[in-house]
Write a protein that binds this ligand. Structure first.
Ligand SMILES: *Cc1c(COP(=O)(O)O)cnc(C)c1O
Length: 406
């Protein structure tokens, strides 16, 4: 038996945690499906999915079983040895996608860090040392390491940390002409989110991704899709690139892959993968048996026609409900996104007030997300129950009713 826990409360956060976040006023202690309970026993509806992470909700029995079974066998062994869960997971991902090789790590930022380094190394080996430019999109988000914030298109995240990594260009998203003007034979990679998640749930246009693919081919550049947020069923396909029929050379994913257990990955082709030879890149924890055992179970469950169709059905259901709320209370100009990554864009009158809506929802025991100051984001469990959708919408309505009356 472990020793009894010291009691803690929300105010402790402001004393002992580095203040990079401003968490909500309550502390969640338990979750089941799309419901969460806080310290006081209050029951909340969770439409955040831990920011597009908990694809199967909280405490899914199959994931609990996979984790606890593996916990009794082997937690960590390092990459001096390989392990069965990592090999099984890689095989399943290779079978299900364009990719021939997988690299496992622990987060989205690490997956992108690997992708950017690989693209540069590939270009260096194949074309020479002058081909190192990376083009990404304005407002894109790729993680918080120095390389990934620099590639990300939000200077507020990359300014003030000393010299930046050189050779990064930013172009407006969904603007093919701008990409055409920026790309050159010095470009080693173009990196795009098929749906810009953090900056407002903004999907790419079909012609944009097709055009980006063509431009990359013409200039010997690799196309990287950052599917950290859109991957693993979130959009109603296993990966968003499958919706578009546009295949990248490198794909990154993290959030949903472990269903709540930290794991990230980079998928690529054999040809590109060869340029990460032994010793050129590495990780201590990446591909550890615990994370891979859970992720394998996530893939088994999510990559089925029933679950993926269920995501598309739930999209229609939620979108209809949100559009109705938006109309009744005059708050949204648009409801956009794919599958269960949905953005409610606030109209002129409500611009900049996403935090107020977030707070009002919390008062009604509903967990929502923001994506910037102008968009309310929903990224619930892919298997959220109909009853939780109904109750979630009812609570959202109460929050909007109170706010709009005030
Ligand atoms: C969340 C996110 C990341 C960063 O992932 P971390 O696990 O927080 O490092 C990178 N790219 C996209 C598109 C994301 O949504």
């Amino acid at each position: 038996m472990s020793a009894p826990h010291t009691p803690v409360e929300r105010s402790d956060f402001d004393q002992v945690i580095v203040p990079t976040f401003a968490p909500a006023a309550f502390i969640p202690v338990r979750g089941e499906g799309s419901r969460v309970w806080d310290q006081s026993g209050r029951e909340l509806i969770d439409l955040t999915g831990g920011i597009a992470v908990n694809v199967l909700g909280h405490a899914h029995p199959a994931l609990v079983q996979a984790l606890t079974e593996q916990a009794g066998k082997l937690w960590h062994i390092s990459n001096i040895f390989t392990n069965e869960p990592a090999l099984r997971l890689a095989k399943k991902l290779v079978d299900a996608t364009f990719a021939e090789r997988a690299f496992f790590c622990n987060s989205g930022a690490e997956a992108n860090e690997a992708a950017f380094k690989l693209a540069r190394r590939y270009a260096h080996d194949v074309f020479g040392s002058e081909k190192y430019e990376i083009i990404s999109a304005v407002n894109s988000f790729h993680g918080r390491t120095l390389f990934t914030v620099t590639v990300g298109g939000q200077p507020k995240y990359s300014d003030g940390f000393g010299p930046k990594i050189e050779g990064i260009k930013h172009v407006p998203y969904n603007d093919l002409e701008a990409l055409k003007a920026a790309i050159s034979d010095k470009t080693c990679a173009v990196v795009l989110e098929p749906i810009q998640g953090e900056s407002g749930v903004l999907p790419a246009e079909q012609a944009y991704l097709e055009g980006a693919r063509k431009l990359c081919d013409e200039h010997g550049a690799l196309l990287i899709f950052d599917e950290v947020q859109t991957g693993l069923g979130r959009t109603g396909e296993l990966f968003a690139y499958m919706h578009y029929g546009v295949t990248p050379d490198i794909l990154t994913n993290a959030k949903s892959l472990g269903g709540g257990f930290p794991i990230g990955m980079m998928l690529t082709t054999d040809k590109v993968a060869q340029h990460f030879s032994v010793g050129t890149h590495g990780t201590t924890f990446g591909g550890n048996p615990l994370a891979c055992a859970v992720a394998e179970t996530v893939v088994d469950i999510v990559n089925t026609p029933e679950v993926l169709q269920g995501v598309r059905d739930r999209h229609e259901r939620l979108k209809a409900g949100l559009l109705e709320l938006g109309e009744r209370y005059g708050v949204f100009s648009q409801v956009r996104g794919m599958g269960l990554l949905i953005g409610c864009v606030l109209n002129e009158a409500w611009k900049g007030r996403a935090r107020e809506i977030f707070d009002a929802a919390e008062q009604e025991a509903l967990m929502l997300l923001q994506a910037g100051p102008d968009v309310i984001r929903l990224a619930p469990s892919l298997v959220i129950e109909e009853a939780d959708i109904v109750e979630g919408l009812a609570r959202f309505e109460r929050a909007l009713a109170k706010l709009t009356k005030a």
